[in-house]
Design a protein around this ligand. Sequence first.
Ligand code: SF4
Length: 324
Amino acid sequence: MVGLERVFDVIRERGARAVGLQFPEGLMRYAIDISRLVGDLSGAEVFISGDSCFGACDMDLRLLEFVDVLFHFAHTPMGSVDPKVVFVEVSSKLSVVPVVKSAVSLFSGSVSRVGVVTTVQHLHTLGEVCWVLESSGLDPVVGVGDGCIAHPGQVLGCNFSTAAAECDEYLFVGSGRFHPIGVAIARRRRVVAADPYTGRAFVVDPEPIIRKRCGVVARALDTESFGIIVSSKPGQERLGLARELLGLVEEHGKRGVIMVMDVVKPDQFLGLGLDALVSTACPRIAVDDGESFGVPILTPVELEIVLGLREWEDFRLDEITCGR
Ligand code: SF4
């Protein structure tokens, strides 16, 4: 699953003596074996990052300071990154063809153009996915995203920009519901999900998340004080947006404070007396973990609704975007 040729090539080409390895949680079980292999075969001193690694947004900047190269596994660059960071993509070996064939019958009868999106580990299957759709008389469209997205058709939990506009419906290939629900809300279209791990294809239902977020917004309507969260993780840091939100809060006669942190955890807010939080960090914190914070935790979009600056009809999930 993990192709290490690139790691050895880069160490050799750069003459690296100190090497950092950063893995997402799902690959940590390979970390020790990979570090031994890299150290033994290259002769470099190898360090494994023990910090969180939630996505490409989450670079171990401390480790980066004392290594010649930092290999960041299983993600792709998100915007511009330090040249000492090398991304090592990891591809799934699972065939997606059977589940995509099952997905075809779930599109509406009138559908022609189908936008296709997937996560990084299945990107190499996009040709096969399009072939299955074309063989079924559909017109697949693989969109190019903004500067946060490295490859056409790739989707992140915080960026749906490759879901090409003007498609009738969308196909998401991958696991989990967050990405396809994000596309469904962003494009206001039906999304069929094809999960190669379970072999299940299904139409995603964004309504439960929309209802839940509506409840959070309703609870925050009478709020007087807001803690505006900024993550210092390189791909999540949106201090400029936080300052704008603070300005909006104060213009509306409410109080706000900006809080900067690396990992955002509920216990960091205990005892502060804030009525609500607004997260400019990873959009999934509010949506996936919001209930554990004890007070409503809004996205920037939702704060605009609370302040009366946006209609509920314009609700969408928060996205982290980058210019191209
Ligand atoms: S900000 Fe969140 S959704 Fe976006 S890449 Fe990072 S962990 Fe994933």
